[in-house]
Design a binder for this molecule. Structure first.
Ligand code: GDP
Length: 195
């Protein structure tokens, strides 16, 4: 995909209404620090567009990036800040739930999991929860440059086992460092958005 324009167009806070957009949306979810901002910047070929290493406890927003006036990448707030207050965690959950329920344009959710580690309880909950909401999440196994090829295969098999993935769940390995996986992710997003 040739990125002609990529603009952060809508920022949706806790009390904001979920926008009724004109283009298909693909959302990205994952634990904080999993590499979500790095993935979005790599996909959009823009270094500092999505902020990296966001601080725990900062304002949680849903960010809509308009791509080429044809689709939106939707950056959901990262979960799993150990230090976040119960109140923040509850608000976070409600905001994402509201988005999943309200959006008329959401086509798919991409769930990011660090390929080095076993999926956390929160990752498993998120995966199951998305299935319950009627979405079949695509898993992006991030930071693949940090492990060997053999380990990658083993860890992806472990990921499937721990998450209890459905057979048709796609897992795509990715690295923001080497950009491996970028084309595969774009191919899938284009198929989802434009057929
Ligand atoms: P976010 O909190 O999910 O948005 O995560 P970030 O994109 O800010 O990444 C968290 C940290 O992991 C940063 O220090 C990144 O440089 C690093 N990181 C992200 N993706 C990769 C990757 O593919 N490979 C490596 N080696 N490091 C990565």
């Amino acid at each position: 995909m040739i990125i002609r324009s990529a603009d952060l167009e809508i920022v949706c806070g806790i009390t904001s209404e979920i926008p009724d957009t004109d283009y298909p949306e693909i959302a990205f979810a994952g634990k904080s620090n999993v590499g979500k901002s790095s993935l979005i910047n790599t996909l959009l070929n823009r270094k500092g567009l999505a902020r990296t290493s966001s601080q725990p406890g900062k304002t949680q927003t849903i960010n809509f990036y308009n791509i080429n006036q044809t689709m939106y990448l939707v950056d959901l707030p990262g979960y799993g800040y150990a230090t976040a207050s119960v109140e923040i965690k509850a608000q976070w959950g409600k905001m994402i739930e509201r988005y999943l329920h309200t959006s008329k344009q959401l086509l798919a959710v991409f769930l990011l999991i660090d390929v080095r580690h076993e999926p956390s309880d929160n990752d498993c909950l998120m995966y199951q929860w998305m299935l319950e909401q009627g979405y079949s999440p695509v898993i992006i196994a991030t930071k693949m440059d940090k492990i060997s090829r053999g380990e990658l295969d083993r860890n992806i098999a472990r990921m499937r086992k721990v998450l209890g993935t459905k057979e048709d769940t796609v897992i795509l390995p990715f690295s923001a460092q080497t950009k491996q996986g970028t084309e595969e992710i774009w191919r899938l997003m284009e198929t989802l958005a434009f057929g």
